[in-house]
Design a protein around this ligand. Structure first.
Ligand SMILES: NC(=O)c1ccc[n+]([C@@H]2O[C@H](COP(=O)([O-])OP(=O)(O)OC[C@H]3O[C@@H](n4cnc5c(N)ncnc54)[C@H](OP(=O)(O)O)[C@@H]3O)[C@@H](O)[C@H]2O)c1
Length: 297
């Protein structure tokens, strides 16, 4: 059995990656501020800014495949701390890519749909990137660095994810569910504002982890889009989430992105075309309703 090292095992996607990858790999995982423990997974403290610690992790784990998932993943935090975002998201990626190339190992990088500017939608792997935010710029730069430095590498561009994290902590990606439940419990009365003109091919976090794990174990190189099977606006996703949570739709309200005063630029339509993933993977990509029903049966 091959060994995989997953960075950011304590995060929203990382916890699912570790859980699912256990069936296919011996798994080691790195956490930073949150001490993550998953039965059957060796976990280690690390810092993406400290290459001495990272090197020690690499020497000890000797992974065949690195899934580089850890990142400064909040676009607003990246926008406010561009130098830090560059160091964490780009610097660590280049370091790991060079280690993989030197040691003849495989590297899988978790990137984002936000590398596109959102003017077109239905993006394929060969479409040109044009990142709008600092977060997206660091991801686009890391993609190039990895493809340049590591021959056996795969960039998985993931769409916006929904679902539940595996650890008992506050995940940014669970914000909408949290906000809806606050309204249901009468903690807040104002409805949640969701854009009707911002589109994503949202995917459940467990399905994204399944697809990445399958791709990591196969000889697939280059770029691969991983997303749900339908394009949906943020508002329509909210309606579907209200339905499964049995929460009245009056708790959400639709708004126009252009009318909102948003500091960190976010692309309008970064829906992803998953024809390539469908042709290469056996993972069955779902629509939102199927994905939500699995999470909230
Ligand atoms: N969430 C989405 O919808 C989405 C969509 C597309 C792509 N992505 C990408 O998917 C990946 C995972 O995202 P996520 O939502 O799961 O993020 P997350 O929940 O914020 O998790 C981020 C992970 O990175 C680790 N990390 C952050 N800074 C670090 C540092 N300086 N040194 C070492 N580790 C550090 C965190 O460790 P601690 O928590 O232990 O500090 C955590 O394990 C990211 O690469 C993100 O860009 C996410």
């Amino acid at each position: 059995m091959k060994t995989t090292l997953i960075t950011g095992i304590s995060g929203f996607l990382g916890g699912h990656l570790a859980t699912i990858a256990k069936d296919q790999f011996r798994v080691a995982g790195l956490f930073h501020t949150y001490t993550a423990e998953i039965p059957g997974v060796r976990t280690f403290y690390s810092s993406l800014k400290d290459f001495t610690v990272l090197q020690k992790n690499l020497d000890e784990i000797q992974a065949d495949v690195i899934i580089h998932n850890a990142a400064m993943a909040n676009p607003d935090t990246c926008e406010a701390n561009p130098a830090e975002a560059e160091k964490i998201n780009v610097g660590s990626s280049e370091f790991l890519a060079k280690w993989c190339e030197t040691n003849d190992r495989r590297m899988v990088f978790i990137s984002t749909d936000m590398v596109f500017d959102g003017t077109k939608g239905n993006y394929r792997e060969k479409d040109e990137v044009n990142p709008l935010s600092i977060y997206a710029k660091t991801k686009a730069k890391a993609e190039i660095d990895i493809l340049t430095h590591c021959r056996n590498s795969l960039i998985c561009r993931i769409a916006l994810m929904y679902g539940k994290g595996v650890f008992d902590r506050l995940y940014g990606s669970e914000w909408l569910e949290r906000e809806l439940i606050k309204r249901k419990n009468n903690v807040i009365s104002d409805p949640v504002v969701l854009f009707h003109d911002q589109f994503r091919s949202m995917i459940s976090v467990s399905k994204a982890a399944e697809a990445v794990t399958e791709a990591a174990g196969r000889d697939i190189r280059g770029i691969l889009h991983i997303a749900g099977s339908e394009r949906v606006s943020r508002f329509d996703f909210g309606r579907k989430l209200c339905a499964v949570l049995k929460i009245p739709e009056t708790f959400i309200v639709s708004a126009k992105y252009d009318d909102a005063n948003i500091r960190t630029p976010r692309p309008k339509d970064v829906s992803l075309n998953i024809t390539k993933a469908r042709s290469l993977l056996t993972t069955q990509f779902q629509n939102i309703e199927t994905g939500l029903r699995e999470i909230y049966p």
